[in-house]
Structures are given as C-alpha cells and as structure tokens.
Write a protein that binds this ligand. Structure first.
Ligand SMILES: [Zn+2]
Length: 147
C-alpha cells in the first residue's frame, strides 16, 4: 500500500488525458522496444490502449487508459493486445479489441464512459485510503492524550 507521502507524489492522470491514441503514443519518450524486430513498439502499445507511466526505476511500466491495469516486464516479442487480454480480460477496450480509428461511435462512447468511471473509482479509493489513515492517526493521538 502507498503511504500518504507517496500518494501525494503519484501522478494521477486526468481521465481524458490519454483517451486519444496520439496522446498515448506521445507518452512513450524513450521506449526500450522501439527498435527493429520488436513487436511491442510504442505504436503498438498505444494502439492496444497503453500509455507510459514508468520512471527510471521502472523503464517499461505502462497503464491502460480504460481499465487502468499496469503492466511491466515486457519482452521484445510480446504482443501488447495479447498481454492486455491475458492480464485484463474484462477490460472493455480489450473486449471490443479494435484500435481507436476502427471504433464505431457507440463503442467509443462505451470506452470513454468506462474510462471515466474507472478513474473516478481509482481516485475515490486513493482518497478513502488517505482518509482512513488520517482517522487512524487521530484516534491514536486522542488515545495518547486521554491517559
Ligand atoms: Zn485495459
């Protein structure tokens, strides 16, 4: 679990930040697999719904903009769609299984809605964890001062 200090530092992307494939593609600055003979290139990653969310410590950490699943440990021959399906089979983006430009309007709408709902749930959980920790601290403080 993250401490509240870590949560402060964690960048929570805005729900609409990575909705477009081009925005996701731009997040891959120094992707280690953008070389010849690699299957999981930044272009394929962005197509399969992933944006880059790593750091120096985690140079190949990506996240899906819809289900928010994080994946790392990529191998050159990994197929981003296959990995997405394997680790998040319930993701609506995977269920539809098409790149953005091939989506119909109802499919686009469904994906955007799911992405927004998941992001709100994520934010809610982050805030709730923080509130619980603060409550615990207050209780400990009150107990100490009662004695
Ligand atoms: Zn997903």
């Amino acid at each position: 679990m993250l401490t509240s200090k870590e949560m402060e530092n964690e960048q929570i992307p805005h729900p609409t930040q990575y909705v477009y494939e081009i925005q996701r593609l731009k997040s891959f600055n120094d992707w280690p697999y953008d070389v010849e003979d690699c299957i999981c290139t930044s272009k394929k990653m962005a197509e399969a719904g992933f944006f880059f969310c790593g750091s120096n410590k985690e140079p190949d950490l990506v996240q899906c903009f819809v289900c928010l699943k994080k994946l790392d440990g990529w191998e050159p021959e990994d197929d981003p769609w296959d990995e997405h399906r394997k680790h998040a089979s319930k993701c609506p983006f995977v269920e539809i299984g098409k790149k953005q430009s091939k989506l119909t309007y109802p499919q686009q709408y469904k994906i955007l809605k799911e992405a927004a709902v998941n992001m709100l749930k994520y934010k809610h959980n982050t805030l709730k964890t923080e509130a619980d920790q603060n409550l615990k601290k207050s209780r400990t403080f009150m107990k100490k001062n009662r004695k």
